[in-house]
Design a protein around this ligand. Sequence first.
Ligand SMILES: N[C@@H](CCC(=O)N[C@@H](CS)C(=O)NCC(=O)O)C(=O)O
Length: 218
Amino acid sequence: MITLYTYAQSGNCHKVRLFLNLLGLPFETRELNLAQGEHRTEQMLALNPLGQVPVLSDGEKTFADSQAILVYLARRYGAEHWLPLDPEGLAKVTRWLAAAASEVQFGPAAARVSVVFRGEAPTDEVSKRSIRLLQAMSRTLALGEWLTGEQASIADVAMFPYLSVAEHGLIDLAPFPRVRDWLARVAALPGFVPMPDLSPEMAARRDSVLAAIALKAA
Ligand SMILES: N[C@@H](CCC(=O)N[C@@H](CS)C(=O)NCC(=O)O)C(=O)O
């Protein structure tokens, strides 16, 4: 049995939930309360010494880090297009897995944390980093429908969650039609599941950030 230790509002956890659903694999979910430190208990630190989610157990084996988990699931259960075996295909996918762990994490994901978890507008640096990433994705998507080849790969899965909720962090996707079309293509894949809606508390924080921005502009 596959068990996913998760936090519903985490885009990193959503990458794994999304891919398990795209692969049609049965799994059970253990939802952890991060605010109460349930990800840092002795039991969880034994599964992931970094004390982060997602963590995935498959029988006796345990994996941490959303990118690493996608690699495991693709190789163990997926068709080859999810993670090509040829050197060029593998390098192309890894390039976007690295972006998911860096440019996305310190761009759109950081903007979302700032707005909906802290109730603060994203810094200029975070906003600029997000725009640079969207420009890079637009250039890549001008060459094809998917980030790495003629079919979806785990690069698309890894990049999807935080881009799909970019507006939670006040990142406007309107100037990036190729990225919006790509998001729609991922959302049309069989088995697709979306990121959860904002909780009322998160939506209220976002509203208060928007109100503060409007007041400053007035
Ligand atoms: N590189 C890791 C990052 C995981 C991560 O940052 N997880 C967050 C939730 S999105 C977490 O567990 N935060 C709690 C903490 O670090 O204390 C991955 O992609 O899985």
